[in-house]
Design a binder for this molecule. Structure first.
Ligand code: SF4
Length: 329
């Protein structure tokens, strides 16, 4: 991994409007928005896997889609190398697409049931004019199917998604994303819909395939999964990044009260190492027009007076370990 940034995210925000009821629209002129991603800035280095971890509904998927401009932001910028992709025209963005791909969470929904494996995996090659004939397409698809361990490829190429297991479908989704050798991939909870043994296989496969594409945003709600695959981890809570550091640092030396609570609540793989499962108590702040204070305030056992009045910024407390909490630095 180098220190050079591949992706730079600056002050990114995505607000979704909330429809008001008849009476509330009479009594209040304030427009209501869900602050799904709220003023987020970070870098992903060249050849780095950054894990994005948080509870469901915290804005992880929205952030992942913003990064490759599958959805438009309310404000903010995303630079791919030195290009601000938010300023690109539709056709310019189209030519950027082969460099940035996504693996979706649900292999049952993300694959068109009427297409064969050959067509599903070959489609990105055709859309981006990377093959000139059907035989070239077959050759490239066979090669990537070998990589994702669907062998012999001829046995799988003409099957439809319903003729595959969940794990095989996700292998096809991985092959479809990687067949054009993108520079950057958003992997949105790629193993969360799979059973325990299959998810291990897919994770190990993705580690093996780092030679094809080296830079990822890896979205997951499981810290243990992120630790397995990621160089650094960012912890997200209600649309904001709360802590970001190297994976080992964040697991061994968590700083933010939310990260500490998440680690406490993480199941221990070794049953002999007994650890009490801790739930994070307290009311979750509404993501609709949240007040400018710490978003974890309502659940934090260490909260101080200032936490209810001022939103903490994400700051480097040393060695690239970033924390957004009034207790630090
Ligand atoms: Fe807790 Fe305050 Fe830190 Fe927020 S800023 S996590 S409320 S101590």
């Amino acid at each position: 991994m180098t220190d050079e940034a591949l992706i730079r995210v600056r002050n990114l925000r995505k607000l979704f409007p909330v429809r008001k009821g008849f009476l509330s629209s009479i009594f209040s002129r304030e427009s209501l928005h869900i602050h799904a991603v709220d003023n987020v800035s970070f870098d992903i280095k060249q050849d780095e896997v950054l894990g994005l971890v948080g509870e469901s509904g915290c804005g992880k998927t929205t952030l992942g889609r913003l990064l490759i401009r599958l959805i438009e932001p309310t404000s903010g910028d995303v630079f791919f190398r030195d290009i601000n992709i938010m300023e690109l025209s539709r056709s310019e963005m189209q030519s950027m697409r082969p460099k940035m791909q996504i693996i979706f969470q649900d292999p049952y929904e993300s694959l068109n049931p009427r297409m064969t494996v050959l067509d599903l995996v070959g489609e990105p090659l055709e859309i981006n004019a990377l093959v000139g004939s059907e035989s070239e397409k077959e050759e490239s698809v066979a090669e990537i199917l070998e990589h994702v361990r669907m062998t012999p490829p001829g046995e799988f190429m003409f099957r439809y998604p319903h003729e595959l297991s969940g794990g095989q479908r996700q292998r096809v989704a991985v092959a479809r994303a990687l067949v054009i050798h993108p520079d950057f991939v958003v992997a949105d909870e790629p193993v969360s819909m799979l059973d325990t043994s299959t998810r291990g296989e897919i994770l190990n496969l993705m580690i093996e395939l780092r030679g094809l594409t080296r830079s990822y945003l890896f979205i997951t709600h499981e810290l243990a999964v992120a630790r397995h695959f990621c160089d650094r981890i960012a912890i997200m809570y209600l649309g904001r990044i709360m802590e970001m550091a190297r994976s080992d640092d964040i697991i061994r030396r968590p700083i933010h009260p939310y990260t500490k609570a998440l680690i406490e609540a993480t199941p221990v793989p070794d049953p002999s190492a007994r650890k009490e499962k801790v739930s994070i108590k307290g009311e979750v702040l509404s993501p609709i027009n949240p007040p400018r204070r710490c978003r974890f305030y309502t659940r934090c056992l260490a909260a101080k007076d200032i936490c209810s009045k001022l939103e903490p910024e994400l700051v480097d407390i040393g060695g690239g370990h970033m924390v957004a909490c009034h207790l630090y630095p």
